[in-house]
Write a protein that binds this ligand. Structure first.
Ligand code: 5GP
Ligand code: MG
Length: 181
């Protein structure tokens, strides 16, 4: 275990205060990146005592479990939900930066007035494109983490804490996958 429920709660509390001060008096929409950020976004928005709307985008990038592939857009809010709005894009983790970079550009092209970014975890050592989150909670080393919304092959999203996945689990799953390719 790397982050207990208590550590996450304290981190999200502090983050929510920063987001609230930044967006007080502004009309804005929290856009949660599915599926990974759903648990984090649900906890974050309940700590924002200011008017806001909620939207979702869905991407898929982790084709083989742990390495980042091409980003595919699975769901995008309608133009009416985006045009002229200030958006806060919320994701579970900033890794290579490809996902948030791509989504930020896409939402600006759709007519958003501003698109800021907010992540629970940041892995600065893994960056491939230049991208820093406007709001973030915890830095993590280059290890693969699961829980609190973060998955491995679709599993472990429901863990209330965040832990590092054992290397042997990743290796076993990768071997199984290469067996059937
Ligand atoms: P990026 O596009 O920044 O490389 O990747 C962002 C996405 O990769 C995140 O939304 C998340 O789904 C996935 N990701 C990156 N690192 C991890 C990790 O350590 N654990 C899990 N479960 N997903 C990760
Ligand atoms: Mg994700």
């Amino acid at each position: 275990m790397l982050f207990s429920e208590e550590m996450i709660r304290t981190g999200v509390d502090a983050l929510a205060e920063r987001v609230s001060s930044a967006y007080r008096g502004r009309e804005f929409t929290v856009v949660s990146v599915l599926k990974g950020s759903c648990v984090f976004a649900a906890d974050l928005i309940r700590r924002l005592p200011i008017p806001m709307e909620l939207g979702f985008v869905a991407t898929e990038s982790y084709r083989d479990g742990v390495t980042s592939g091409e980003i595919e857009l699975r769901y995008l809010p309608s133009r009416e939900e985006v045009e002229g709005r200030e958006l806060l894009l919320v994701d579970d983790i900033l890794d290579t930066g490809r996902t948030l970079h791509f989504l930020q550009n896409t939402l600006i092209e759709l007519g958003a007035t501003s698109v800021a970014t907010c992540v629970l975890f940041d892995k600065p050592s893994r960056r491939v494109v230049s991208m820093e989150a406007d709001f973030k909670c915890f830095d993590v080393d280059d290890s693969f983490i699961v829980g609190y919304g973060l998955d491995f092959a679709g599993r472990y999203r429901n863990l209330p804490f965040v832990g590092e996945l054992k290397g042997s689990v990743i290796e076993a799953a990768t071997l199984q996958q290469s067996d059937v390719q």
